[in-house]
Design a binder for this molecule. Structure first.
Ligand code: HEM
Ligand code: HEM
Length: 231
Protein backbone atom coordinates (compact mmCIF):
# COMPACT_ATOMS: atom_id res chain seq x y z
CA UNK A 1 0.00 0.00 0.00
CA UNK A 2 1.44 3.37 -0.97
CA UNK A 3 1.34 6.45 1.21
CA UNK A 4 -1.13 7.89 -1.28
CA UNK A 5 -3.72 5.14 -0.83
CA UNK A 6 -3.31 5.37 2.93
CA UNK A 7 -4.31 9.01 2.71
CA UNK A 8 -7.31 8.09 0.55
CA UNK A 9 -8.86 5.69 3.04
CA UNK A 10 -8.22 7.99 5.97
CA UNK A 11 -11.49 9.32 7.30
CA UNK A 12 -11.86 12.34 9.48
CA UNK A 13 -14.91 13.89 11.07
CA UNK A 14 -16.29 17.02 9.41
CA UNK A 15 -19.11 19.29 10.47
CA UNK A 16 -22.32 18.74 8.45
CA UNK A 17 -25.20 19.84 10.73
CA UNK A 18 -24.86 23.21 12.41
CA UNK A 19 -25.88 23.65 16.07
CA UNK A 20 -29.22 25.44 15.36
CA UNK A 21 -30.34 22.57 13.09
CA UNK A 22 -29.48 19.97 15.73
CA UNK A 23 -31.11 21.88 18.57
CA UNK A 24 -34.14 22.38 16.30
CA UNK A 25 -34.41 18.66 15.58
CA UNK A 26 -34.18 17.24 19.08
CA UNK A 27 -36.32 20.00 20.62
CA UNK A 28 -38.93 19.36 17.92
CA UNK A 29 -38.92 15.60 18.61
CA UNK A 30 -39.45 16.24 22.35
CA UNK A 31 -42.11 18.93 21.83
CA UNK A 32 -44.29 16.96 19.39
CA UNK A 33 -44.35 14.05 21.85
CA UNK A 34 -45.24 16.54 24.59
CA UNK A 35 -48.00 18.00 22.36
CA UNK A 36 -49.40 14.49 21.84
CA UNK A 37 -49.38 13.69 25.57
CA UNK A 38 -50.91 17.04 26.56
CA UNK A 39 -53.66 16.71 23.92
CA UNK A 40 -55.27 14.41 26.51
CA UNK A 41 -55.32 17.22 29.08
CA UNK A 42 -58.70 18.85 29.54
CA UNK A 43 -60.05 22.09 30.99
CA UNK A 44 -57.61 23.83 33.33
CA UNK A 45 -54.60 21.90 32.04
CA UNK A 46 -55.28 22.31 28.34
CA UNK A 47 -52.98 25.35 28.18
CA UNK A 48 -50.08 22.85 28.28
CA UNK A 49 -51.19 21.56 24.85
CA UNK A 50 -51.43 25.07 23.46
CA UNK A 51 -47.99 25.93 24.90
CA UNK A 52 -46.47 22.83 23.28
CA UNK A 53 -48.20 23.77 20.00
CA UNK A 54 -46.81 27.33 20.11
CA UNK A 55 -43.36 25.89 20.77
CA UNK A 56 -43.66 23.66 17.70
CA UNK A 57 -44.87 26.66 15.71
CA UNK A 58 -41.79 28.67 16.72
CA UNK A 59 -39.55 25.79 15.66
CA UNK A 60 -41.25 25.43 12.27
CA UNK A 61 -40.95 29.18 11.63
CA UNK A 62 -37.28 28.97 12.60
CA UNK A 63 -36.67 26.05 10.21
CA UNK A 64 -38.37 27.77 7.27
CA UNK A 65 -36.11 30.79 7.67
CA UNK A 66 -33.00 28.69 8.38
CA UNK A 67 -33.77 26.60 5.28
CA UNK A 68 -33.24 29.72 3.18
CA UNK A 69 -30.37 31.50 4.95
CA UNK A 70 -28.81 28.79 7.14
CA UNK A 71 -25.56 26.93 6.53
CA UNK A 72 -24.96 24.83 3.43
CA UNK A 73 -26.59 21.49 4.33
CA UNK A 74 -29.47 23.12 6.23
CA UNK A 75 -30.68 24.91 3.09
CA UNK A 76 -33.65 23.62 1.11
CA UNK A 77 -31.65 24.05 -2.10
CA UNK A 78 -29.15 21.52 -0.74
CA UNK A 79 -31.62 18.69 -0.15
CA UNK A 80 -34.78 19.25 -2.21
CA UNK A 81 -33.95 17.28 -5.38
CA UNK A 82 -35.82 16.56 -8.61
CA UNK A 83 -37.98 13.42 -8.84
CA UNK A 84 -35.53 11.55 -11.14
CA UNK A 85 -32.80 11.78 -8.47
CA UNK A 86 -35.22 10.71 -5.71
CA UNK A 87 -36.40 7.73 -7.83
CA UNK A 88 -32.83 6.50 -8.46
CA UNK A 89 -32.05 6.92 -4.80
CA UNK A 90 -35.09 4.88 -3.71
CA UNK A 91 -34.23 2.15 -6.26
CA UNK A 92 -30.68 1.96 -4.91
CA UNK A 93 -32.07 1.82 -1.37
CA UNK A 94 -34.37 -1.09 -2.27
CA UNK A 95 -31.46 -2.96 -3.89
CA UNK A 96 -29.61 -2.31 -0.62
CA UNK A 97 -26.77 -0.99 -2.74
CA UNK A 98 -26.77 2.48 -1.35
CA UNK A 99 -23.56 4.18 -0.41
CA UNK A 100 -23.27 7.78 0.63
CA UNK A 101 -21.73 8.71 -2.71
CA UNK A 102 -24.62 6.97 -4.54
CA UNK A 103 -27.07 8.89 -2.42
CA UNK A 104 -25.22 11.88 -3.83
CA UNK A 105 -25.38 13.75 -0.59
CA UNK A 106 -23.36 14.45 2.48
CA UNK A 107 -26.39 16.21 3.95
CA UNK A 108 -29.93 14.83 3.68
CA UNK A 109 -30.47 12.07 1.13
CA UNK A 110 -32.84 12.80 -1.82
CA UNK A 111 -35.69 10.73 -0.32
CA UNK A 112 -34.93 12.03 3.19
CA UNK A 113 -35.10 15.60 1.90
CA UNK A 114 -38.68 15.18 0.69
CA UNK A 115 -39.59 13.44 3.95
CA UNK A 116 -38.44 16.58 5.76
CA UNK A 117 -40.67 18.73 3.53
CA UNK A 118 -43.59 16.35 4.25
CA UNK A 119 -42.94 16.52 8.02
CA UNK A 120 -42.75 20.32 8.00
CA UNK A 121 -45.92 20.57 5.85
CA UNK A 122 -47.84 18.18 8.16
CA UNK A 123 -46.71 20.21 11.18
CA UNK A 124 -47.71 23.52 9.55
CA UNK A 125 -51.20 22.17 8.76
CA UNK A 126 -51.52 20.68 12.25
CA UNK A 127 -50.69 24.06 13.77
CA UNK A 128 -53.04 25.95 11.40
CA UNK A 129 -56.00 23.65 12.15
CA UNK A 130 -55.17 23.73 15.89
CA UNK A 131 -55.70 27.50 15.95
CA UNK A 132 -59.30 27.07 14.72
CA UNK A 133 -60.12 23.68 16.27
CA UNK A 134 -62.81 23.39 18.91
CA UNK A 135 -65.54 20.89 19.60
CA UNK A 136 -67.73 21.05 22.72
CA UNK A 137 -64.64 21.05 24.95
CA UNK A 138 -61.36 22.90 24.52
CA UNK A 139 -60.88 25.48 21.81
CA UNK A 140 -58.02 26.90 19.78
CA UNK A 141 -57.29 30.64 20.21
CA UNK A 142 -59.07 31.61 16.95
CA UNK A 143 -61.96 29.10 17.09
CA UNK A 144 -64.49 31.73 18.23
CA UNK A 145 -63.95 33.68 14.97
CA UNK A 146 -65.54 30.89 12.93
CA UNK A 147 -68.84 29.01 13.22
CA UNK A 148 -69.25 25.93 15.43
CA UNK A 149 -69.63 23.66 12.40
CA UNK A 150 -66.36 24.85 10.86
CA UNK A 151 -64.53 24.65 14.21
CA UNK A 152 -65.75 21.08 14.51
CA UNK A 153 -64.46 20.30 11.00
CA UNK A 154 -61.11 21.85 12.00
CA UNK A 155 -61.04 19.52 15.03
CA UNK A 156 -61.57 16.53 12.76
CA UNK A 157 -58.84 17.74 10.38
CA UNK A 158 -56.51 18.37 13.36
CA UNK A 159 -57.02 14.81 14.55
CA UNK A 160 -56.47 13.31 11.06
CA UNK A 161 -53.31 15.39 10.59
CA UNK A 162 -52.08 14.13 13.94
CA UNK A 163 -52.45 10.58 12.54
CA UNK A 164 -50.60 11.61 9.37
CA UNK A 165 -47.78 13.19 11.41
CA UNK A 166 -47.12 10.02 13.40
CA UNK A 167 -47.25 7.88 10.25
CA UNK A 168 -44.62 10.16 8.67
CA UNK A 169 -42.52 10.07 11.87
CA UNK A 170 -42.65 6.25 11.77
CA UNK A 171 -41.46 6.17 8.14
CA UNK A 172 -38.86 8.86 8.94
CA UNK A 173 -37.33 6.94 11.85
CA UNK A 174 -37.53 3.66 9.88
CA UNK A 175 -35.78 5.34 6.92
CA UNK A 176 -33.07 6.78 9.17
CA UNK A 177 -32.37 3.37 10.71
CA UNK A 178 -32.41 1.66 7.29
CA UNK A 179 -30.03 4.14 5.64
CA UNK A 180 -27.76 4.11 8.71
CA UNK A 181 -27.54 0.34 8.47
CA UNK A 182 -27.05 0.05 4.69
CA UNK A 183 -24.53 2.91 4.31
CA UNK A 184 -22.78 2.24 7.66
CA UNK A 185 -23.23 5.98 8.26
CA UNK A 186 -24.64 6.52 11.75
CA UNK A 187 -27.15 9.27 10.91
CA UNK A 188 -28.51 9.52 14.46
CA UNK A 189 -25.07 10.16 15.91
CA UNK A 190 -24.45 12.70 13.12
CA UNK A 191 -27.67 14.56 14.01
CA UNK A 192 -26.45 14.66 17.62
CA UNK A 193 -22.77 15.61 17.12
CA UNK A 194 -23.20 17.43 13.80
CA UNK A 195 -20.30 15.47 12.32
CA UNK A 196 -19.94 12.76 9.71
CA UNK A 197 -16.83 10.88 8.63
CA UNK A 198 -15.31 12.52 5.59
CA UNK A 199 -14.78 10.20 2.67
CA UNK A 200 -11.74 10.83 0.46
CA UNK A 201 -12.48 13.23 -2.36
CA UNK A 202 -15.68 14.61 -0.87
CA UNK A 203 -15.98 18.33 -0.70
CA UNK A 204 -17.51 19.26 2.63
CA UNK A 205 -16.69 22.72 3.89
CA UNK A 206 -17.14 23.21 7.63
CA UNK A 207 -20.53 24.67 8.42
CA UNK A 208 -19.65 28.07 9.86
CA UNK A 209 -22.73 30.05 10.90
CA UNK A 210 -22.89 33.56 9.38
CA UNK A 211 -23.77 35.98 12.20
CA UNK A 212 -26.19 37.93 10.03
CA UNK A 213 -28.14 34.73 9.18
CA UNK A 214 -28.48 33.87 12.86
CA UNK A 215 -29.55 37.43 13.75
CA UNK A 216 -32.20 37.56 10.99
CA UNK A 217 -33.56 34.14 12.03
CA UNK A 218 -33.73 35.01 15.72
CA UNK A 219 -35.38 38.32 14.74
CA UNK A 220 -38.11 36.66 12.65
CA UNK A 221 -38.85 34.04 15.33
CA UNK A 222 -38.99 36.78 18.01
CA UNK A 223 -41.41 38.91 15.93
CA UNK A 224 -43.71 35.90 15.32
CA UNK A 225 -43.58 35.04 19.06
CA UNK A 226 -44.39 38.65 20.09
CA UNK A 227 -47.29 38.92 17.60
CA UNK A 228 -48.67 35.53 18.74
CA UNK A 229 -48.32 36.48 22.43
CA UNK A 230 -49.97 39.90 21.88
CA UNK A 231 -52.88 38.18 20.13
C1 HEM B 1 -47.29 19.09 17.01
C2 HEM B 1 -48.33 19.80 17.27
C3 HEM B 1 -49.65 19.24 17.71
C4 HEM B 1 -50.08 17.95 17.91
C5 HEM B 1 -49.28 16.67 17.74
C6 HEM B 1 -51.47 18.01 18.32
C7 HEM B 1 -52.27 16.92 18.59
C8 HEM B 1 -53.57 16.98 19.06
C9 HEM B 1 -54.42 15.84 19.35
C10 HEM B 1 -54.01 14.37 19.17
C11 HEM B 1 -55.60 16.31 19.79
C12 HEM B 1 -56.80 15.49 20.26
C13 HEM B 1 -57.80 15.43 19.15
C14 HEM B 1 -59.07 14.79 19.66
O1 HEM B 1 -58.97 13.79 20.36
O2 HEM B 1 -60.11 15.31 19.31
C15 HEM B 1 -55.53 17.74 19.81
C16 HEM B 1 -56.54 18.57 20.22
C17 HEM B 1 -56.50 19.94 20.15
N1 HEM B 1 -55.42 20.71 19.72
FE1 HEM B 1 -53.65 20.02 19.05
N2 HEM B 1 -51.85 19.33 18.37
C18 HEM B 1 -50.78 20.11 18.00
C19 HEM B 1 -50.73 21.48 17.93
C20 HEM B 1 -51.77 22.32 18.26
C21 HEM B 1 -51.75 23.77 18.17
C22 HEM B 1 -50.56 24.61 17.64
C23 HEM B 1 -52.97 24.22 18.60
C24 HEM B 1 -53.49 25.63 18.71
C25 HEM B 1 -52.79 26.71 18.64
C26 HEM B 1 -53.74 23.07 18.97
C27 HEM B 1 -55.03 23.12 19.46
C28 HEM B 1 -55.80 22.02 19.79
C29 HEM B 1 -57.16 22.13 20.29
C30 HEM B 1 -57.96 23.41 20.52
C31 HEM B 1 -57.58 20.82 20.52
C32 HEM B 1 -58.96 20.41 21.12
C33 HEM B 1 -60.00 20.42 20.09
C34 HEM B 1 -60.06 19.13 19.40
O3 HEM B 1 -60.45 18.14 20.03
O4 HEM B 1 -59.72 19.08 18.21
N3 HEM B 1 -53.00 21.93 18.76
N4 HEM B 1 -54.28 18.13 19.34
C1 HEM C 1 -40.57 12.47 17.05
C2 HEM C 1 -40.70 13.23 16.03
C3 HEM C 1 -39.66 13.60 15.00
C4 HEM C 1 -39.82 14.59 14.10
C5 HEM C 1 -41.05 15.49 13.96
C6 HEM C 1 -38.62 14.64 13.30
C7 HEM C 1 -38.40 15.55 12.27
C8 HEM C 1 -37.24 15.68 11.57
C9 HEM C 1 -36.93 16.77 10.69
C10 HEM C 1 -37.87 17.95 10.37
C11 HEM C 1 -35.68 16.56 10.22
C12 HEM C 1 -34.89 17.48 9.31
C13 HEM C 1 -33.80 18.13 10.12
C14 HEM C 1 -33.37 19.43 9.50
O1 HEM C 1 -32.69 19.46 8.48
O2 HEM C 1 -33.77 20.45 10.06
C15 HEM C 1 -35.19 15.33 10.76
C16 HEM C 1 -33.95 14.77 10.50
C17 HEM C 1 -33.47 13.67 11.15
N1 HEM C 1 -34.10 12.95 12.15
FE1 HEM C 1 -35.91 13.29 12.90
N2 HEM C 1 -37.75 13.67 13.70
C18 HEM C 1 -38.34 13.00 14.74
C19 HEM C 1 -37.82 11.96 15.46
C20 HEM C 1 -36.60 11.39 15.20
C21 HEM C 1 -36.04 10.28 15.95
C22 HEM C 1 -36.73 9.56 17.12
C23 HEM C 1 -34.83 10.01 15.39
C24 HEM C 1 -33.85 8.95 15.78
C25 HEM C 1 -34.11 7.69 15.72
C26 HEM C 1 -34.61 10.96 14.32
C27 HEM C 1 -33.49 11.02 13.55
C28 HEM C 1 -33.25 11.94 12.57
C29 HEM C 1 -32.03 12.00 11.78
C30 HEM C 1 -30.85 11.05 11.92
C31 HEM C 1 -32.17 13.06 10.90
C32 HEM C 1 -31.15 13.47 9.83
C33 HEM C 1 -31.44 12.60 8.64
C34 HEM C 1 -30.36 12.76 7.59
O3 HEM C 1 -29.20 12.52 7.89
O4 HEM C 1 -30.72 13.13 6.47
N3 HEM C 1 -35.70 11.77 14.23
N4 HEM C 1 -36.14 14.83 11.61
Amino acid sequence: MTDDSLIKIKKEPVRVWDLPTRVFHWTLAVLVVFALITSEAEGGLFWTHLAAGYGVMGLVVFRLVWGVIGTRHARFTDFVRPWAVVRDHIKAMLRSSLSRSMAGSVGHTPAGGWMIIALLAALALLIATGFFAGDEGDKGPLAHYIGAWLADAMSEAHESLNGLLWTLVGVHVGGVLFVSYTTKDNLIRAMWTGRKEQIAGEDIPAAGIPRVALSVTVGVVAVVAIVAAAW
